[in-house]
Ligand binder design. Structure first.
Ligand code: DOR
Ligand code: ZN
Length: 347
């Protein structure tokens, strides 16, 4: 008989849903598994105001299959000209759940990101006071700094000074990828947490070049050395409540991933839970999986845990080679064509 694991319905604390046809294509994969997801605001143009965010939320709800019960938790894109009053009223009215900080030019559609912490200090002070979570893409953007060092450098030169200035600010270091990040969060205070993606738990940077260039393993922050992967695995299976599930599923059409200058992002929502289960099982820590997938996130955000459950079965799951986008074109899922060990039963 197959091993079965029943856990509270998980939430995805870091997700890119895009818009229009792409939204319609990818949303059902999330909404059939997850109860809620923190939806990232890096659209074109970026979602900076309560009114734009509220309209996007309506488009998400309008694209959802009728029998799915999924709640998008909306974020605002922080930029030098963000309006603290508008963000506060968006938070108080329940439209906005968190604010996302992209350093300008760090990643996909981040050109309007923050030029310096000083430039947004009044907004951050308001957020500390109101306990609004700041979600951070933690990489410096200086092109002279080695791409593999950008997260560690960010922690040292930006995050530490920021938390010294605003020690009670609620911060999620999104998609943590390094030993430095894992240790920083483990040794931090309870207002600091991190999401960790399945790809950073499963792969090291060799996977970018396995027998040739592998664009579907390319995301930002980039995969790191094996010692970093091991530190992340240790952190998530340590039982610390500061780490929670964030897939960072980031769909780009096949042509945009496989071109001469391919986009960063792994469309991993189909495979994520199966990978997380595999990692926790390898570490003999399946008893800690539910906290990571379903309990730690709501606790940090001050939300109730989901009441329904889902079932994971140790039974092979085949990852499709590709998925048709509603408008034409294809998406190549993370680990396309591979066989994973854990299947997810949803109904
Ligand atoms: O790989 C990534 N893709 N990292 C990000 O930070 C953004 C994301 C996207 O939106 O494509
Ligand atoms: Zn992201």
């Amino acid at each position: 008989m197959s091993v079965k694991l029943v856990i509270r319905r998980p939430d995805d604390w870091h997700l890119h849903l895009r818009d229009n046809e792409m939204l319609a294509t990818v949303l059902p994969y999330s909404s059939q598994i997850y109860g809620r997801a923190v939806v990232m605001p890096n659209l074109v143009p970026p979602l900076k105001t309560t009114s734009a965010i509220s309209d996007y939320r309506e488009r998400i709800l309008g694209s959802m299959p009728e029998n799915h019960h999924f709640q998008p938790l909306m974020t605002a894109y922080l930029s030098d000209d963000s309006d603290a009053k508008d963000l506060l009223s968006g938070y108080q009215s329940g439209v906005i759940k968190a604010v996302k900080l992209y350093p300008a030019h760090a990643t996909t559609n981040s050109a309007h990101g923050v030029s310096s912490v000083d430039a947004v200090m009044p907004v951050l002070e308001m957020m500390q006071k109101e306990r609004i979570p700041l979600l951070i893409h933690g990489e410096v953007t200086d092109s002279h700094i080695d791409v593999f060092d950008r997260e560690a450098r960010f922690i040292e030169t930006i995050l530490v000074p920021l938390l010294n200035r605003l020690p009670e600010l609620k911060v999620v270091l999104e998609h943590a990828t390094t030993k430095e990040a894992a240790e920083f969060v483990l040794n931090g205070k309870d207002n600091l947490a991190a999401t960790i993606t399945p790809q950073h738990l499963l792969l090291n940077r060799n996977a970018l070049f396995q027998g040739g260039l592998r664009p579907h393993n390319y995301c930002l922050p980039i995969l790191k050395r094996e010692i970093h992967r091991q530190a992340l695995v240790k952190a998530v299976t340590s039982g610390s409540s500061r780490f929670f599930l964030g897939t960072d599923s980031a769909p780009h059409e096949q042509g945009k991933k496989e071109g001469a200058c391919g986009c960063a992002g792994a469309f991993n929502v189909i495979t994520a839970l199966s990978i997380y289960a595999h990692i926790f099982e390898q570490e003999n820590a399946l008893d800690k999986l539910e906290a990571f997938t379903s309990l730690n996130g709501p606790r940090f955000y001050g939300l109730p845990t989901n009441t329904e459950t889902i079932t994971l079965i140790k039974q092979p799951m085949f990852v499709p080679e590709s998925i048709e986008v509603v408008s034409g074109g294809k998406l190549i899922p993370f680990l396309a064509g591979e066989l994973l060990e854990w299947s997810i039963v949803t109904d």
